[in-house]
Write a protein that binds this ligand. Structure first.
Ligand code: GDP
Length: 290
């Protein structure tokens, strides 16, 4: 990690260590405080911020900088390593045949993410299909169909069928020429038993390789409970954070990653099918600290 990737106040604090070979407790505390300020304002869960702070404090004071390394570079390395530990590695997504189910609340960005992910897999040379099972939200079918068209991927949905499990089953059969199936599911405005039951039934019907939880970057404290419920129901293997083109930095989603012991797969950065990035730790860390 280079200093330019850090927020300006943290960079300033680290720059004050220029020329020093050892760190005092006050130096470390100042750095930890800067990091805490950035992470808390990026919605990172307070317990996660405290755990990270303890690890940085402990390592920065205990570990000697290797010969020839300045105190500043040494602490920067520790901060970066601990931040990588916090945000995690990218969810493993092999470029081969697979079925992915997207779960999440209404408005989190599932339908948009389904088309974006399909677009992403198609750019990797695979043949994806989007299966739209959201019979709950009016307009979901039309939106999904149009986006799949823009992404130039196979699509199945049926606006005349109100049974999402039946649609899911038929969708897989009707798009059997595709190798990556992305199954979009219905959300609700809040966590409800009906939503969880429907998701469990779809999961049973399609037997996915991965269940990804889609979260709006603006999610705050709600992330943990949502993640817990979805994880208990179907098992969450990764998280998609949407709307990172807005002001929210997505730190709230880290509580979901922690809760499900999973990782982040994709980041959504706009409303168009191409507005998707594979999660990558260093860019995300810069955004959190920036
Ligand atoms: P769903 O109810 O979970 O299927 O959510 P949608 O996919 O319909 O997304 C809800 C709204 O958020 C729509 O207006 C999308 O265009 C918008 N949206 C989704 N992802 C992004 C994103 O990454 N950036 C922006 N700016 N808007 C997004």
């Amino acid at each position: 990690m280079v200093l330019d990737d850090l927020g300006s106040s943290l960079r300033g604090t680290l720059d004050k260590l220029q020329g020093k070979t050892t760190l005092s407790e006050d130096d470390v505390e100042e750095i930890v405080k800067e990091i805490q300020r950035s992470l808390l304002s990026a919605d990172v869960d307070v317990d996660l911020v405290m755990e990270l702070s303890d690890s940085i404090r402990e390592r920065a004071l205990r570990e000697e900088p290797p010969a020839g390394t300045t105190a500043r570079d040494h602490v920067l390395k520790i901060v970066y390593e601990e931040m990588v530990g916090l945000v995690g590695e990218s969810t493993d997504l092999p470029l081969k045949e697979q079925t992915i189910v997207l779960a999440g609340l209404q408005g989190s960005g599932k339908t948009t993410s389904a088309a974006k992910m399909a677009w992403w897999f198609s750019k990797k040379g695979l043949r994806p299909a989007v299966v739209q099972t959201d019979t709950f939200r009016p307009g979901a079918y039309e939106q999904a169909r149009e986006m799949a068209e823009r992404a130039e991927v196979d699509f199945y949905g049926d606006p005349d069928n109100d049974d999402p499990v039946d649609i899911a089953r038929k969708g897989l059969a009707e798009t059997e020429d595709a190798d990556v199936h992305i199954v979009d599911t219905a959300g609700r405005h809040a966590l409800e038993e009906e939503l969880i039951e429907e998701l469990e039934e779809i999961e049973d019907a399609v037997d996915p390789d991965r269940n990804l939880l889609v979260l709006d970057a603006a999610i705050g404290q709600g992330a943990k409970e949502q993640a817990e419920r979805f994880d208990d129901a179907v098992g969450i293997d990764g998280v998609v954070i949407t709307k990172l083109d807005g002001t929210a930095k997505g730190g709230g989603a880290l509580a979901a990653v922690d809760q499900t012991d999973s990782s982040i797969a994709f980041l959504g950065t706009g409303e168009e099918v191409g507005d998707i990035e594979r999660f990558e730790a260093s860019g995300f860390i810069s955004r959190l600290l920036g």
